[in-house]
Design a binder for this molecule. Structure first.
Ligand code: FES
Length: 120
């Protein structure tokens, strides 16, 4: 899914997008302005579950992906930072290997309700 802009960030209760907007195994990317910074987030769909994080690798604070909507390595089991190959657990965001081993992605709280992904 193409990156979209959320004005002033996701507010609690706000619908970010529909689950069906995200292809299974892929991610939707969003950006929003937070004071003077532009923040980038992504929401990964895994079947009927979603996992949302800031798109910033804890190693060098670079975006993880180089291709739109693709955050996993070939098997689809782990997120992979395309910069230096760090691997992350999809459910927890914890780095499992690579230069930021033991650190983790910053989670974004979302829930699924009635087929919509909603900010918490
Ligand atoms: S920036 Fe992600 S592994 Fe280096």
């Amino acid at each position: 899914m193409k990156a979209s802009e959320i004005t002033n960030g996701p507010k609690p209760g706000e619908i970010i997008c529909a689950l069906s907007d995200i292809e299974d195994g892929k991610a939707a990317e969003f950006s929003y302005r937070d004071k003077d910074e532009v923040r980038e987030i992504f929401i990964q769909r895994m079947g009927q579950e979603v996992f949302a994080y800031e798109n910033s690798c804890p190693h060098a604070y670079l975006p993880l992906n180089m291709k739109e909507g693709v955050f996993t390595e070939k098997s689809g089991k782990y997120f992979m930072c395309q910069n230096h190959g760090a691997l992350f657990d999809i459910k927890s965001g914890k780095c499992l290997g690579g230069p930021c081993n033991g650190q983790g992605l910053t989670p974004i709280e979302v829930v699924l309700k009635d087929g919509n992904i909603i900010a918490c």
